[in-house]
Design a protein. Structure first.
Length: 316
């Protein structure tokens, strides 16, 4: 059973827990993580009535030294009728336990506890195996912390109402990774800086808004469209090959470059006329493979689009 938000990360934690229980004949296993506000059970096979106790093991005196020194704590009863110090509601459920604090880059982030209904169950347990499993748990938790960070810093651009680039690396990636490959397209309004300088920032903002709205209404809602940074935008065509989008992008480019925003100079005379201002766009595409780093693809596209003088559609 899994607790908290649904995600591939939580699935991995559950799988690690299940493998441990089945392969090594562990009676109970629980992974608890501090999310910055409270302790949350990420995976366990213990009955729900014991969750409150399991979420608060960090407050138990017997485990405080273990957390402070980042060392494993092994406890067991010595005779029937005794109970482990942290047990509140039951005597018989667990008769021995191994408590393992979890750290990422020397920062304490929670703990993992395995329990047995037998006394001295872990006396001869292979600690090397335990350490490997613990490192796997920590590795997965690093991923969830990264994802949560990305999701929490996602912004919405006020001119286009698009998500910021961070959306690609958190929430968006869950959708993208449903497919083996996808096409990532970055485009840049290459003359935006000149429009801002030669006309006005307001004119530039109007260009950005109109281009974004045109593309939003032209692409499927299944695709992800974000304002990457300044004049750069990214479209991810999830599950689509580059060859399938090039002709579509040619039409988009032509339509976008036909956009015209009227600009009226501040100094007017009776013969002053509005000046039509239009954008110029450059597109570059690449393939994203499921499970790889999306940020690596976007950095490659950004490097190309910032260095080229071409105003065409390129696949790299």
């Amino acid at each position: 059973m899994l607790y908290g938000e649904n995600s591939s990360v939580n699935e991995k934690l559950r799988n690690i827990n299940d493998v441990l229980i089945e392969k090594y004949d562990i009676k109970y296993s629980t992974i608890v993580v501090f999310n910055g506000a409270e302790y949350v059970i990420k995976a366990t096979n213990v009955d729900e009535k014991h969750w409150e106790t399991l979420k608060n093991l960090h407050t138990e005196a017997i485990f405080k030294d273990s957390i402070a020194t980042a060392t494993t704590k092994y406890i067991t009863i010595e005779k029937e009728g005794e109970r482990l110090p942290y047990q509140k509601l039951e005597f018989a459920r667990a008769k021995s336990a191994m408590f393992l604090p979890l750290y990422i880059d020397n920062v304490y982030i929670g703990y993992w506890i395995i329990e047995s209904s037998q006394m001295h169950a872990f006396d001869s347990f292979d600690t090397a195996i335990i350490e490997v499993i613990k490192e796997n748990i920590v590795s997965v938790l690093k991923t969830v912390i990264y994802q949560n960070t990305m999701e929490n810093i996602v912004r919405v651009d006020k001119f286009t109402n698009l998500y910021s680039a961070e959306y690609l690396y958190g929430v968006g990636k869950h959708t993208i990774d449903k497919y083996t490959t996808s096409t990532v397209c970055m485009f840049k309004i290459t003359n935006l800086e000149k429009i801002n300088e030669n006309y006005s920032r307001k004119t530039g903002d109007e260009i950005v808004t109109k281009v974004a709205n045109l593309i939003k209404t032209s692409i499927s809602s299944d695709y992800i469209f974000v304002r990457y940074m300044g004049p750069k935008f990214v479209i991810v065509f999830s599950g689509v090959e580059p060859e399938a989008v090039i002709e579509f992008l040619k039409d988009i480019k032509q339509s976008a470059e036909n956009i015209s925003v009227p600009f009226m100079p501040q100094k007017k005379t009776k013969n002053t006329k509005e000046i039509p201002v239009s954008p110029t766009l450059t597109f570059v595409l690449s393939t994203y493979y499921k499970g790889t780093g999306m940020e690596g693809v976007t950095k490659k596209l950004e490097g190309y689009i910032d260095s080229t003088e071409k105003t065409e559609i390129t696949y790299i």
